[in-house]
Structures are given as C-alpha cells and as structure tokens.
Design a protein around this ligand. Structure first.
Ligand SMILES: Cc1cc2nc3c(=O)[nH]c(=O)nc-3n(C[C@H](O)[C@H](O)[C@H](O)COP(=O)(O)O)c2cc1C
Length: 151
C-alpha cells in the first residue's frame, strides 16, 4: 500500500464500488464513508448497499476507484471483499475508523472489507496529452469545470 494511494483515499470525497453477481452482471455505486483499514485493505460502510453486499456474498471480486475531482487523478484498486458483521474479528476497531467520518446518525449495518490485490493510478487524459500542465493548473481547470472557487 503506497503512501500515494493512502493520500488519495483521504483526499477523495467519494469512491465507486464495482461488484458483479455470480453470473457476471455488473453493479457500480458511490460510497462516501470509506477509509484505509491499516491492513492493506479499504473499509466501506454498508449503510444502504444491498446489491453490493449481495454480490460480494456470491462473488468476492471487486473494483474500487476514487479520484480527487479537482486534481483529476486518483487510483483504481482491485481485490477480494468480505462483509464483516458485529462480532467479527477487527469489527470494532474498523467501525471506529468509519465513525470518524459518519456519526451514529448513520446506521452502519456492516463493513465491506476490501483486501487490496492490484492497484493502478487513474489520471485525466490531459496529464498525458499536455505533460507541461501542472497539478495546480489541473485543479484550476477542475474548479472551473465544477463552477466553484476556493475559500
Ligand atoms: C454521494 C453518495 C454517497 C453514498 N455513500 C454511501 C456509503 O458510504 N455507504 C452506503 O452504503 N451507501 C452509500 N450511498 C448509497 C448507495 O450508493 C445507494 O444506496 C445505491 O443505490 C445502492 O448501493 P448498492 O449498489 O451497493 O446496492 C451513497 C450514495 C450517494 C449518492
């Protein structure tokens, strides 16, 4: 697990979790309560993720992607997931990490624990097409695209 990947896990507001059922039918949905678990794993709170949880039960292979939308870069992670329940080993310490992002108003039914097996960086094409463009210039473009400014 590189420091760079951990950095983008923290900087990214959302991740996208892709799963597939036993027949291969894909499903992808956004999750905002996710953290680095400390054991080469990513933890995602199951608050309202019935399809992801069902798919993981029959097919543990998942892909998670996350980017800093202003920098327009981040990572794609592939691995095997399991859904942890209260009482499972590590559940309480993992829940405490997720609770730093979402308090008790958010009912966490379980924890999707993704063991990281493969990683690849994701970069907007402009990083390759215009190699002289700095990250700061990308951020400026991103702010413009989203119609927002920094405080
Ligand atoms: C911005 C955003 C953030 C979300 N974050 C989470 C999350 O952290 N955990 C969760 O279980 N569902 C989250 N959801 C809800 C699921 O993505 C949503 O219920 C989805 O339709 C069902 O997920 P599934 O495909 O995993 O069943 C979020 C939805 C949005 C739009």
């Amino acid at each position: 697990m590189s420091d760079e990947l951990k950095k983008y896990l923290e900087k990214s507001v959302l991740c996208w979790l892709a799963t597939a059922d036993a027949s291969g039918e894909p499903n992808v949905s956004p999750k905002e309560i996710f953290v680095y678990g400390g054991n080469n794993n990513i933890l995602i709170a199951n608050i309202a993720s019935p399809v992801s949880v069902k798919n993981i039960a029959s097919n543990p292979k998942v892909c998670v992607s996350f980017i800093d939308v202003f920098e327009q870069q981040g990572f794609k992670v592939k691995g095997s997931a399991q859904v942890l329940k209260s009482g499972d080993a590590s559940y309480d310490s993992y829940l405490a990490k997720l609770r730093e992002l979402a308090d008790e108003r958010f009912p966490i039914k379980g924890i999707i624990d993704v063991n990281i097996e493969k990683t690849a960086s994701i970069k907007a094409p402009s990083y390759f097409l215009f190699p002289d463009v700095s990250v700061e210039q990308q951020v400026q473009n991103g702010l413009k695209t989203y119609g927002v400014s920094r405080k």
